[in-house]
Design a binder for this molecule. Structure first.
Ligand SMILES: Cc1cc2nc3c(=O)[nH]c(=O)nc-3n(C[C@H](O)[C@H](O)[C@H](O)COP(=O)(O)OP(=O)(O)OC[C@H]3O[C@@H](n4cnc5c(N)ncnc54)[C@H](O)[C@@H]3O)c2cc1C
Length: 362
């Protein structure tokens, strides 16, 4: 019997997890990833609730636990760096927290023998027809697939090609920020330090005194427009937001310019009325990002991929029934996480945004 041929765009969290379960259920799976090699993201991600059961079902929970950051909590400081309080570890580290690069490597390793990975490429066009989807790529030859999944993050190409421009689907949480690593000059050992003012936040994380310090500088913004600008303009915006700030700010702004792992991004949520269209469906941040401030993005990507694969299995491969079941089951969980994401944005310099606010343009 011919296997159902599926294409997944994105090899971070949702993509490889979906690939794992679909391969297990007998699908012929290809994953296309835009970057040339696995990302080496400096920040850590955490797992909560059912996400841990999914790692266990994949047989990788013990291995993921080996990378536990074992964070001890976060110290809150005022503008001069004087301690004002402490947050317990689970606020930012959930039930288990690991560096994202380790998670991505493990997810890739458990799927690499069974799934065809194509790095350094992207879907460029999708043409839907009754029996499948014709996919064109930027570099590879075009191909025919029975189903296509977008696991390609907040600025998903699959979503853009299927549902239209990002405008109107992204809800900006009034917050943008830069992330990079630098020498751990304060010797922060398995702990975080958070300083937030009305419009800015400095969040420092040290996974060990001998490890590099992970720095996040965030500030209030009116839109995510800076995401599309070049590094010079992004750095200038960060400098303007932190100008006149004392404590570690001057030293960190200097380190930012030298960082070779500079990352800039705005805190945005993805809101769509539906997560599928014909034979194409979205999973993880691409379909329903809750924003980094929710602390639920990784758990949601895992649960989303698992629910989608299970819905396809329960529906005997009937994608229309499966996609409807996937959405009906997952949407209440996503709605809850998105409320958390909006509420927590204020802690990192974002504006208080009401639960009912409308998507903004990018
Ligand atoms: C700074 C920061 C801190 C965070 N902290 C936490 C945290 O503490 N806890 C937590 O749970 N979550 C956190 N998150 C969120 C978490 O990383 C995401 O929610 C999670 O990674 C979502 O996984 P995903 O696979 O859906 O999407 P992503 O991880 O965004 O992956 C998308 C993948 O698609 C690829 N891609 C993009 N475009 C294309 C294309 N055209 N073609 C092919 N591939 C493409 C990308 O290269 C990437 O590999 C944080 C995020 C950021 C940015």
């Amino acid at each position: 019997m011919t296997k159902t041929k599926v294409l997944i765009s994105g090899a971070s969290v949702a993509g490889p997890v979906l690939a794992y379960f679909l391969h297990r259920d007998g699908y012929d799976v290809t994953v296309v990833e835009r970057v040339p090699k696995l990302r080496d993201s400096g920040y850590a991600v955490d797992f909560r609730g059912q996400a841990l059961d999914i790692l266990e079902e994949m047989g990788i929970l013990a291995e993921v636990r080996e990378h536990d950051t074992k964070m001890r909590g976060t110290t809150l400081v005022d503008e001069r760096g004087v301690e004002t309080g402490r947050l317990p570890a689970e606020v930012f580290a959930g039930e288990l927290e690991v560096p994202k690069r380790d998670l991505t490597r493990i997810l890739h390793r458990v799927t690499a023998d069974d799934v065809a990975y194509v790095f350094d490429d992207s879907i460029s066009a999708l043409t839907r027809h009754a029996s499948g989807v014709t996919v064109e790529f930027e570099r590879s030859a075009a191909g025919e697939f029975d189903l296509v999944f977008g696991a390609d993050g907040v600025y998903s190409k699959v979503r853009q090609l299927t549902f239209g421009p990002h405008t109107g689907m992204l809800r900006h949480l009034g917050l943008s920020g830069v992330g990079f690593s630098t020498a751990n000059h304060i010797g922060l050992d398995r702990g975080g330090v958070l300083q937030h003012t009305a419009n800015t936040a400095i969040y420092l994380v040290g996974l060990g005194a001998a490890e590099r310090l992970t720095v996040s500088l965030s500030f209030a913004t009116a839109s995510p427009a800076l995401d599309r600008c070049g590094r010079d303009e992004q750095e200038a915006a960060v400098r303007a937001a932190f100008s006149g700030h004392a404590w570690e700010a001057p030293r960190l702004l200097e380190a930012m310019s030298e960082a070779d792992d500079f990352y800039f991004g705005s805190s945005c949520q993805v809101h769509l009325d539906r997560w599928s269209c014909g034979r194409i469906a979205l999973v993880g941040d691409a379909g329903y990002c809750a924003a980094p401030t929710s602390g639920m993005g990784t758990s949601q990507a895992l649960l989303g991929a698992w629910t989608l694969a299970r819905s396809l299995a329960s529906a005997g491969g009937d994608h229309t029934t499966a996609f409807a079941a996937y959405e009906a089951e997952l949407r209440p969980y996503v709605t809850e996480n998105q409320v958390k994401g909006r509420q927590a944005a204020t802690m990192f310099g974002g504006e208080a945004i009401s639960a009912g606010s409308q998507p903004t343009t990018s």
